[in-house]
Structures are given as structure tokens and as C-alpha cells.
Design a protein. Structure first.
Length: 592
């Protein structure tokens, strides 16, 4: 067997990697929890580092092919192989021929590769050369290759770890029932090492309602033998509803992503089929253009903690049937294929403690009747839906932290009373937002519907900035417990500056405008404990402005700082860059 060598740059990188790995693993930790965290951070660091070096090697090897006699440290690759997540794996089409040859020479390195094939030839080669090593396989099914796909799935399903199947649109633009029958039959074999399964038989999410038919799984799916299966994604595919027994492998699944077929509305019967087949799911992603509630009593999901949904009209009813009010995290994305306005989900029996409202998105943190924390996130909402949240007094009654885009502040009047509010952050608009929202969106290009006022039926009439609000109010905002005010721009805001904005350029405001806002709208909370300007500068020299001294007189502490984004690493090596990134981000890790 020919030994495939590493380029010199990659050889040195692995030497550094091995030394750093040994050093970090041997660090003294006071508790087992500290050791576990250090190990997880270390693995994240190794993953990012190796991924970067592999892409660098790919570019170099595509130009030159130096031959050296050095192989990567097996222990390092062993840990990386165990902890890399699917999204972090290396696409074989994005790397050089060196990496392909190296993977062929060492079967265990197939674990680093996610292979996508337009035909069946390459997939069969992968499955044969991997020599029964668990592999990750991604396939697009066409009319021309479906027979071959069915054959090698039947032969090799037993050592596939991640399987992704997508159905391509036929020449007629319609579904291929014969293709689904072949694939469905091939998936009736045992899959003892299968962990992740993704099946998408819905050719396009843009197809209108009534254009597709749903596919149904066989009752003997995976021959009832897939004990490692934990994550399933079904699009246009549904378990059978005419059998008394649910599909056995689904009983171990903890993550389900389901996209309903465009052929018809999701019904209570079909929702009940999902609940019956996936009794242990922890995370449930649901996407449906319509929902029809036929009054069936659904079985409760005791382990359900996260609901992530893309729903149109009737979507709230579907979530209510799942008892979403007792779920720790709910994420709702507006379905831009459906033009009806979806009502914002509300926490009827919980108290909101933190609220964040942008131009199109909203998140809230609350506690339920049992004092358990809950989080709700809503994406792609319209201006009317966001405004409805900000006029609901129940959302402010127990509120302690509020983050608000300045365009979402009421143009007249005040927000509902917030007697327990302690921290207020106002994110100032970018130049692009001024051009679209501030000018009434008169020159904004057409975009997807329901994406925050980008259409004629939801066009804003012009938004006032924080410093254009009325100077006189019937009564100041009831927020007497407020202690901290932050005005943020740039990295601290969710809306990044547009191409015409320098990312490092601060927002320039007049000190008199800030003072007027504080004295008018926050009069009940004066004096404040802290006023912070983050990525914001005064128009005039601060020490020469009487308004600045007025601000100092209305707070105990005044702070001026840079934008809130993490500073870029300065003069550090690649290792330090990835190590710091791993420690500062909560990345998804595999649960064993």
C-alpha cells in the first residue's frame, strides 16, 4: 500500500497540535466538571484547528504535490474522529486528492468525510473502500439512479452512520412514486450503527399546496433494528397511520424534524401519528403551511423540551396541541410561503422576565407556574405582530430586562408599565435601516412577504429614531426600578451595519438628545445607577457640552465603551484563535 505523505506545513501543524493536546489534557482540574469542560473545549479547538489546516492543505496540494513521509498523529485523529459533528466534517469535493488517497489508505479516516454523489458509482466505491467502517453518506435520487441506489443501500445499510436522501424533481415536474417505493423497500433492512437519518421527498418548498403527495414509510422500516438512531428528519414522509404498532426504531429518537408535504394541510390525525411514533423526542421541529385540528386527543410527550417550528395559518393551534406552554424553548419562524398573518404565540400562564424585540424577530424568557425557565423565540414577524407584543401589559408586569430596537419604541405615548424593570438596552439603527424603515420604505426592493414590513401590505409609514420622539408626554414611562440604560450600536446590535457602513465606525449622537430622552421617557427612574454608551460617540467634545454634565447628574456611573462584538484575536497563532473561540461559544457537542 502506498504511503501518502503530508505537506511540510501540515506536518508542523500536527506536531504543535499533538503537543498542545497533551498539555491541555494534563491540566489540573479541581473537580470532575472542570475536567469535562476543559476536555470539551479542547475537542472544539482540535476540530476547528484540523478543519482549517485541512482546507489550507487542500489549496496547497491542488497546486503542488510534495511527497513527504509523515502521517498525522493517530491519537489526535482518534479524538477528532470521535467528536467532530456532522456540520464540521470535511466535504470530499472541497479537499485535494491527497486527502482522498489518505482516507482510502486508512479506513477509519472515512469518518471525517461527508460524501455527496450525483450518481451511484462513487457511493458504491465509498461503501466498498470503507471496509465496513461506519460512514456518512449523502445521496440525491434521480429517476436514472434509483435502482442502483436501492441495490447498494440494501447491501451496505448495516454500516452507514449518517444517511441523507434527497429526491430530485423528475422531468415532468411531478413526484416519482416508483422511486420512493424502491428506496422505501431498501430501507427495510437493519441499520445497527445508524445515528442520523434525513429523508427529503419534497422536491421544493416553493411548490404550492396541492402539488405533491405525501410518502408513507413501511411498517417494517429498518427492520425494527436501529438501536443507535437518535436524530430523524422527514420531509414529505410520514409513518404509516393504519398500523397498531409504531415503528420500533423511532422509539429511541430524541430529535425529530418534520416538514409536512405541500399536498394538504397537516391534520390532527397526522400529528398524532408523529407523537405515537416518537414518544421520547426532546427536540421537535415542525414545518407546515396549514393545520387542521380534528379534535383528537394527543398523547403527551413527557421529554419534550424544545419546539422549533415554521408554521403558517393555524400553526399556533398545532403547537397548543403539543402543550407548548410547558416547553423550555419554542422557536417560531414565519412561513413566507403563506401570506396570512400568524398570531404571535403568548405565554398565558407564565411571567416574562426578559424580552428582546428587533425589527423582525423577538425572544422572551419567562417562568411557568412551577417556576421553571422557558424561552420563546419568534423569527420573521411582521411589524403588527411585534407591536402587539409591545402593547401587551402582561409581557411587562414581571419584566426585569428589556432589549429594544430604537424603531420599535412607540412613536407616541409610552410602553406599558414595567415596575420591576432593572436593565434597558436600546439598539440604535444602522444606515440601511434608516433608508428603508425611517423613510417609510419608499425605495426598498421587493423581498419575501411578511419579513418585517418589506411589502406594500405591511409597509411602514416611517419610523422615528430614539431622538425624534415627542419631547412632551402625557406621563413618563412607569419604570421606577430601572437602574441600567445602555445605548448600543454595531457589534452589540443584531442588525449589522450595511455595506456602506464601516463596521468599526461608531454611531454619533448629540448629548442633548440623549439627555432629552432620559429626562422625558425615563423620568420616573432618575437618577439611574448606570448609563453606558456602547459603540456610540457624542457629536461634540463631551467636556464642553452642558448636556453631558446633565447626564452625569442623572446617573451614578457613566461608561463609554466599544461595540459589544468579541474583539478579533491580535497577534495570536491559529491554535490560540480556535482555542479562544471554543471557550467563548457554546457549540453543539455529541452526547454519548
Amino acid at each position: 500500500m502506498t504511503t501518502v505523505a503530508l505537506p511540510r506545513e501540515l506536518e508542523l501543524a500536527f506536531e504543535e497540535l499533538a503537543a498542545k493536546f497533551a498539555e491541555e489534557v494534563q491540566k489540573e482540574c479541581k473537580t470532575q466538571a472542570e475536567l469535562a469542560k476543559a476536555t470539551a473545549d479542547m475537542i472544539d479547538c482540535v476540530s476547528g484547528y484540523v478543519g482549517y489546516e485541512m482546507s489550507l492543505a487542500a489549496r496547497e496540494m491542488n497546486r503542488t504535490s510534495p511527497l513527504l513521509s509523515v502521517n498525522p498523529p493517530p491519537d489526535v485523529f482518534g479524538h477528532v474522529c470521535d467528536y467532530l459533528t456532522l456540520a464540521e466534517r470535511i466535504m470530499v469535493t472541497g479537499v485535494c486528492h491527497y486527502w482522498r488517497k489518505l482516507a482510502i489508505a486508512d479506513a477509519r479516516l472515512w469518518n471525517h468525510i461527508v460524501q455527496s454523489y450525483p450518481d451511484s458509482t462513487g457511493a458504491r466505491e465509498l461503501l466498498e473502500r470503507s471496509r465496513n467502517t461506519p460512514v456518512h453518506l449523502e445521496l440525491t435520487i434521480y429517476e436514472q439512479n434509483v435502482d442502483a441506489v436501492g441495490v447498494f443501500l440494501t447491501e451496505h445499510l448495516g454500516h452507514i452512520k449518517t444517511l441523507i436522501l434527497r429526491m430530485a424533481e423528475s422531468r415532468s415536474g411531478k413526484g416519482n412514486t416508483n422511486a420512493w417505493n424502491i428506496v422505501n423497500y431498501a430501507l427495510s433492512r437493519p441499520a445497527p450503527v445508524l445515528e442520523v437519518l434525513y429523508i427529503n421527498m419534497q422536491r421544493s418548498a416553493y411548490n404550492p399546496v396541492g402539488s405533491e403527495e405525501a410518502c408513507t414509510l413501511r411498517p417494517d422500516f429498518l427492520a425494527g433494528d436501529a438501536p443507535m438512531l437518535r436524530e430523524v428528519s422527514l420531509s414529505g414522509v410520514l409513518p404509516p397511520s393504519n398500523t397498531a404498532e409504531p415503528i420500533q426504531p423511532f422509539g429511541f429518537v430524541d430529535t425529530l424534524m418534520y416538514t409536512h408535504s405541500n399536498g394538504q394541510a397537516l391534520t390532527g390525525t397526522e400529528l398524532n401519528v408523529l407523537v405515537e411514533n416518537f414518544p421520547r423526542i426532546h427536540t421537535f421541529g415542525l414545518s407546515a403551511q396549514q393545520y387542521t385540528d380534528n379534535g383528537l386527543s394527543l398523547k403527551k410527550l413527557p421529554n419534550l423540551r424544545i419546539v422549533d417550528s415554521v408554521l403558517g395559518q393555524g400553526g399556533e393551534a398545532a403547537l397548543r396541541r403539543l402543550n407548548y406552554e410547558h416547553v423550555a424553548l419554542v422557536c417560531v419562524r414565519q412561513n413566507f410561503h403563506h401570506h396570512d398573518v400568524m398570531p404571535v404565540l403568548r405565554n398565558e400562564r407564565s411571567r416574562v422576565e426578559a424580552l428582546s424585540v428587533t425589527m423582525t424577530d423577538m425572544s422572551m424568557t419567562a417562568r411557568d407556574e412551577d417556576n421553571q425557565p422557558q424561552e420563546r423565540r419568534f423569527f420573521g414577524l411582521s411589524a403588527d405582530q411585534l407591536a402587539g407584543t409591545l402593547i401587551d401589559a402582561d409581557n411587562f408586569r414581571h419584566l426585569g430586562t428589556l432589549t429594544l430596537h430604537e424603531f420599535m419604541w412607540p412613536n407616541s405615548g409610552t410602553l406599558p408599565a414595567a415596575p420591576l424593570l432593572r436593565r434597558l438596552t436600546v439598539l440604535l439603527a444602522t444606515t440601511v435601516e434608516h433608508r428603508t424603515w425611517g423613510a417609510g420604505n419608499a425605495h426598498a426592493p421587493m423581498m419575501m412577504p411578511n419579513l418585517g414590513g418589506q411589502f406594500g401590505h405591511d409597509e411602514p409609514s416611517g419610523k422615528l429614531t430614539l431622538f425624534q420622539l415627542p419631547a412632551e408626554l402625557p406621563a413618563p414611562w412607569n419604570c421606577g426600578s430601572l437602574r441600567e440604560l445602555t445605548l448600543a450600536f454595531g457589534g452589540a446590535a443584531w442588525a449589522k451595519p450595511g455595506p456602506s457602513d464601516a463596521e468599526s465606525a461608531p454611531r454619533v449622537v448629540a448629548a442633548s438628545d440623549v439627555l432629552a430622552f432620559v429626562q422625558t421617557h425615563l423620568a420616573t427612574a432618575l437618577p439611574l445607577g448606570r448609563i453606558e454608551l456602547r459603540g456610540v460617540e457624542f457629536l461634540e467634545a463631551a467636556h464642553e457640552v452642558p448636556a453631558f454634565h446633565g447626564l452625569l447628574a442623572n446617573c451614578t456611573e457613566f461608561v463609554v465603551g466599544p461595540p459589544g462584538a468579541d474583539p478579533a484575536p491580535q497577534s495570536t497563532g491559529l491554535w490560540e484563535t480556535f482555542y479562544n473561540r471554543a471557550r467563548s461559544h457554546d457549540r453543539r457537542r455529541r452526547v454519548h
